[in-house]
Design a protein around this ligand. Structure first.
Ligand code: 0TT
Ligand code: SF4
Length: 345
């Protein structure tokens, strides 16, 4: 059995000065000191131009191990279709190295990990969004720009968000993770208003493209724990990748889930299915950062889908996407007849 994935400990920590005026900023500062980490002050994260590293690649790898503690200034939340109404901004960046990750392009030149300390302001804004949509339910996705479970031991923000949403009759929280470090969330007063989803995939995809994450069995063990703690549970199968033997790979994934999960975990279970996609920019960035990747990004084989804000993306051709969708849907329906498939995109 492989060694357990340890929690993330950054190698460098930067603080924006105002961050220390917030309890969470103080708390993280003390944590970093206890860990003996090199701590720097910076007037703004935009000024962090002197990260060590010779080449762009080295700078990128170091940035992924760098934590920046700051304040979320824009309190206008992004949309998060199809998973929720709004993205809840509590952190950006991620220490893992999934080759296909869209943060490589959406975070541009700032791939370091940022935690926002003004959580009260952020949640106050969420409260306003909930009010605006009342009496409809408003869902917030906390994993649009980060993997917040992997950062929970540092900032503790997720637990605060979970307990906040627990008290909102019309507010719901959801987030997805590839980490198994759910321990700090198990005693949160969630009131079933938070759905925790684990990202899972065919063995080939996890092995080839997801370095730096918890392995499949660690994720499933964590799924059992959150289900036992009464959380609504979900799985996101993403990105769905067409590869040699994909049918066996995805069939095996669903049977492994079925075998590993206790019956009661399947009581309120959802699946979200997301096919692999890439933009032209992403392809270039991925080639530079993971030059040996086996990730297939051949525009010729794909369908171009126009984007709402400029750059479009390449998805599988309709026929291929339909085959993937139909096969995986069938496997889920067979093994988890009570589960709900929320979308295929
Ligand atoms: O390339 C990744 C794809 O995965 C995107 O099309 C979004 C999608 N996705 C990711 C999804 O369908 N369901 C999820 O739960 C996500 C993990 C969360 C998400 C992220 C989402 O549902 N919708 C989004 O728009 N995002 C991202 O948030 C994309 C954008 O960069 C950011 C702000 O809107
Ligand atoms: Fe990106 Fe998620 Fe992988 Fe982190 S775990 S690198 S956010 S895909």
């Amino acid at each position: 059995m492989a060694r357990e994935r340890p929690v993330f400990i950054p190698e460098l920590v930067y603080f924006e000065p105002d961050a220390l005026n917030y309890p969470k900023g103080q708390k993280i500062y003390e944590w970093a000191e206890r860990q003996g980490l090199p701590i720097h002050m910076t007037t703004s994260h935009n000024r962090i131009t002197n990260l060590p590293g010779e080449s762009d690649l080295e700078k990128y790898r170091i940035a992924k191990k760098t934590l920046v503690v700051g304040i979320r200034k824009t309190l206008k939340f992004d949309q998060s279709k199809p998973s929720a109404e709004y993205a809840l901004p509590i952190a950006t960046g991620c220490m893992a190295h999934c080759h296909y990750c869209y943060l490589q392009t959406t975070l541009g030149a700032k791939p370091y990990v940022r935690i926002y300390v003004n959580i009260d302001e952020i949640l106050e804004q969420a409260r306003q969004y909930i009010e605006e949509r009342s009496p409809e339910i408003t869902r917030f996705e906390a994993a649009c720009t980060s993997d917040p479970v992997g950062l929970e031991h540092i900032g503790g923000s997720l637990k605060e968000c979970i307990e906040f949403m627990g008290q909102q009759p019309l507010g719901r929280l959801r987030f997805v993770t590839k980490f198994h470090h759910v321990e700090p969330l198990l005693d949160a007063k969630h009131n079933k208003h938070t759905r925790i989803r684990f990202s899972v995939n065919a063995n080939y995809v996890i092995k080839q493209f997801e370095p730096g994450t918890s392995n499949f069995y660690e994720r499933i063990a964590a799924a059992q724990k959150v289900a036992s703690a009464g959380y609504p549970l979900g799985f996101i199968i993403a990105p769905i990748i067409w590869h040699d033997g994909w049918e066996d790979g995805y069939a095996e994934l669903i049977t492994n889930l079925k075998e590993a999960l206790p019956q009661e975990a399947a009581a309120d279970l959802t699946f979200e299915l997301i096919q692999h996609r890439f933009t032209k920019t992403a392809k270039n960035v991925i080639r530079q950062r993971y030059p040996k990747t086996k990730l297939e990004m051949d525009e010729e084989k794909r369908k171009y889908k126009w984007g709402r804000w400029g750059q479009g993306k390449y998805v599988y051709a309709d026929e291929q996407a339909q085959v993937l969708k139909a096969f995986i849907t069938e496997q889920i329906n067979e093994h988890f007849p009570d589960a709900r498939i929320e979308y295929f995109t």
